[in-house]
Design a protein around this ligand. Sequence first.
Ligand code: DGL
Length: 239
Amino acid sequence: MQRPIGVFDSGVGGLNVLKCCTALLPQESFIYLADEANMPYGNKPKEEIARAAFMCADTLFSLNCKAVVIACNTATVTAVDSIRALYSTRVVVGLEPAVKPCVKELGKNGYAVALVTDATFSSDRFSRLLASCDKKVVPLAAPELAKLIEDNQDDITRIRHYVSEVFKKYSDAESVILGCSHYSYVTGLINEIYGGNIKIYDGAEGAARRLKYCLELSGQTAKKGECTPSIKFLSTYKK
Ligand code: DGL
């Protein structure tokens, strides 16, 4: 039987990452795990985030997944190294804010805003990523945004005011980097706030490309016609 690929996030944010993965690897089967019981990750101490991320990775590997995609920036900055150390023979792909592609295209006098959760904002991994930039990237934490998105996915326009307040001081930014997988849901709102005059960078496609590369490298790519591709959705819940 074809072994699936596990993808997890604290909630619906990682669905965009899943979409990119299925588009790039249409012959594969996937299991998506939404850790709703622990959502939001971004406001928790790092020990709690790491524990939750471990549980998700462990659940997916126990379900015979050949690879796990951490479709969450917060879980990646907090726990990707330890998850990789624990599952050293498995493919583990993390989600990173698309700082490098953004900086490459940034104008000489322009600057980018990297919007992240609180936990990502204060992480060493994110600081190192920003320190490696030769152009201006302003980190910006939006502590409530992921939860607001999770609760308003059916009508995202309800949070237009919150999103416009977040960007109020940065009306002259050239680009926005989405540093949390949930934020892909507000791409349209951000565009609207900037009157269409903004470049938005999302790390989801980069993670999907990395997954494809790792599967190819380890000879684990599913062969066409080997099995019928499927997607299974799982969720944790609060007792
Ligand atoms: N979607 C997660 C991320 O990419 C975090 C959302 C949360 O705070 O749970 O950072």
